[in-house]
Ligand binder design. Structure first.
Ligand code: ATP
Ligand code: ZN
Ligand code: MG
Length: 490
């Protein structure tokens, strides 16, 4: 990429989140991630080029020096902060504007600083030689969110030990109009390591993707959240896309049947990718922390099952990092206040504590060498605050699973139709969106936590009462729940 010869025609809109807008290159497997500002204060509050560059460099450093050692070398890709010609950025902004979803247009792309983060395009496999000529690679993006229940003694509301944050937050978001339907996805099912629970979690993501699930084909998004879309129709459309990857070409199955088979195959491939690891050891998860009362699972599935994740699989790495938040926001808040107090008295220490970076090796050391018990020191408080922020990043990251068919001559031959052998896939798994979470947002997190919990208690209290008294009947009651759409118990 020659920075002085940038042409907006080589780039197209790829997607966006709350903080950034992403464009992809039409020829090379690269994306540019640009900052966004809210429209009201775009003119006033935009950063200078130097500030924006520093901000992006901080993201690169944090991802490389902090998150990569925690999440694993193989899952995290290095990005690079780049300075682009302002002319190019302005043209690009005009070009992508019409493709942006309306719901995201409360913010504008940064056209002032010319700075961006350049990353490999994870929706395209660049290293696979066998798939180039054949089918375009598929890429599944999952934002898994927090996968465990807190066990901190500082938690004051019992419900937080029973129902996971995601499931409670769903009720809050529905009430505030963020989504029109509740998602039945529960992260604790995804992180359980139990293939049946994981399959169900992915089925629920497919049914109601919100901003937790997307599918790309050849780098183009073919499935994501559409707020008022007809879900069933979308699923059939999706199955049409996936059919060539998962069904032998001469298959005689009718449309509906084959959609079910195809989506089920997709789910199985996702589960294998999420659990794949070279390490034969297992991480055992304590049962009390991987069971959410809001999840629609049959009790039998939860009982008598061994909850473990293969050591070093992507879910194990993410969960381990999320669990650095071991005090819960309720236990962390007093420590945040200790740091605040200390900084009022000794403002110059802000930089030696590395509150705003630099995110270097010594930042990671502060996390790893934090005393195990509160000795009343400021170092302990700073270490816990840093750990909490790192955990927040891991609770908000996305997993990208890129899959390509391989050796399809053996796999999808018509003559094998009677006993179709499964096509073989190669996949690569990556983790993205590893930005540092601002120190200043901790009080906001604390308030948000009580709002979500209180709302949940208010809106579902009668059920919870029932649930507490009669939890044995929960599974029985919901047994008739329609799981037939795409999910087949193995
Ligand atoms: P959020 O508000 O969800 O946290 P964000 O503003 O932090 O989002 P990202 O999640 O980094 O932004 O990027 C937005 C979208 O762009 C992602 O959901 C993903 O689909 C796409 N994307 C980001 N980085 C890459 C990449 N390296 N390769 C391919 N696609 C990417
Ligand atoms: Zn849950
Ligand atoms: Mg993000």
């Amino acid at each position: 990429m020659e920075l002085d010869k940038m042409d907006e025609n080589d780039w197209k809109y790829h997607g966006e989140g709350n903080k950034s807008l992403v464009v992809s290159n039409v020829q090379h497997a690269r994306v540019l991630r640009l900052l966004k500002y809210s429209t009201e204060d775009a003119e006033n509050s935009h950063k200078t080029t130097e500030q924006a560059f520093r901000h992006i460099q901080n993201i690169v450093d944090y991802s490389q020096n902090v998150m990569k050692p925690l999440l694993g070398e193989k899952f995290v890709h290095n990005g690079e902060a780049v300075k682009l010609p302002l002319d190019f950025v302005r043209q690009l902004s005009l070009k992508v504007q019409r493709e942006r979803p309306e719901s995201r247009c409360d913010k504008v792309m940064d056209t002032f600083s010319g700075c961006a983060l350049c990353l490999p395009n994870l929706t395209q496999l660049s290293s696979c030689c066998c798939c180039r000529e054949h089918r375009p690679p598929l890429c599944i993006e999952i934002k898994p969110k927090c996968g465990f229940l807190p066990s901190s003694r500082y938690v004051t509301k019992e419900i937080k030990n029973l129902v996971c944050r995601f499931c409670m937050h769903q009720h809050f978001k529905l009430a505030h109009g963020k989504w029109k339907r509740l998602s039945q996805y529960c992260p604790l099912d995804l992180f359980s390591g139990n293939k049946q629970r994981m399959s169900l979690a992915i089925k629920h993501l497919i049914e109601e993707p919100q901003n937790n699930f997307k599918i790309f084909k050849g780098g183009e998004c073919i499935y994501s959240c559409k707020d008022d879309a007809d879900v069933l129709q979308d699923l059939d459309e999706l199955a049409q896309h996936l059919r060539p990857y998962f069904l032998p070409s001469g298959s005689l199955m009718n449309g509906h049947q084959s959609s079910k088979v195809v989506l089920n195959e997709l789910i199985q491939v996702i589960v294998s990718a999420l659990l794949s690891s070279w390490d034969p050891r297992k991480t055992h998860l304590s049962e009390g922390r991987v069971r959410c009362e809001a999840s629609l699972l049959h009790r039998d599935l939860l009982r008598n099952t061994n909850h473990s994740l293969p050591k070093d699989c992507v879910l194990d790495k993410i969960l381990g990092t999320q669990m650095l938040d071991d005090l819960d926001i309720e236990g962390l808040n007093p420590l945040f206040k200790r740091v605040e107090q200390h900084l009022q008295d000794f403002p110059k220490e802000r930089s030696s504590f590395q509150i705003d970076g630099p995110y270097s090796h010594s930042f990671l050391e502060k996390i790893q060498k934090c005393p195990p018990e509160d000795d009343g020191s400021i170092e302990y408080a700073v270490g816990k605050v840093h750990q909490y922020r790192v955990a927040m990043t891991a609770k908000d990251c996305s997993i990208m699973i890129t899959i390509a068919t391989c050796g399809e001559e053996d796999g999808l031959d018509q003559s094998l139709e009677i006993q179709p052998s499964k096509p073989r896939f190669t996949y690569s798994v990556s983790i993205l969106d590893l930005d540092p979470k601002p120190y200043e947002s901790i009080p906001h997190q604390s308030r948000l936590d009580s709002k979500i919990v209180n709302h949940y208690l208010r809106s579902t209290l009668p059920n919870n009462q029932e649930l507490a008294n009669q939890s044995v009947f929960l599974g029985w009651d919901r047994e008739g729940e329609d799981c037939t759409l795409v999910f087949h118990p193995v």
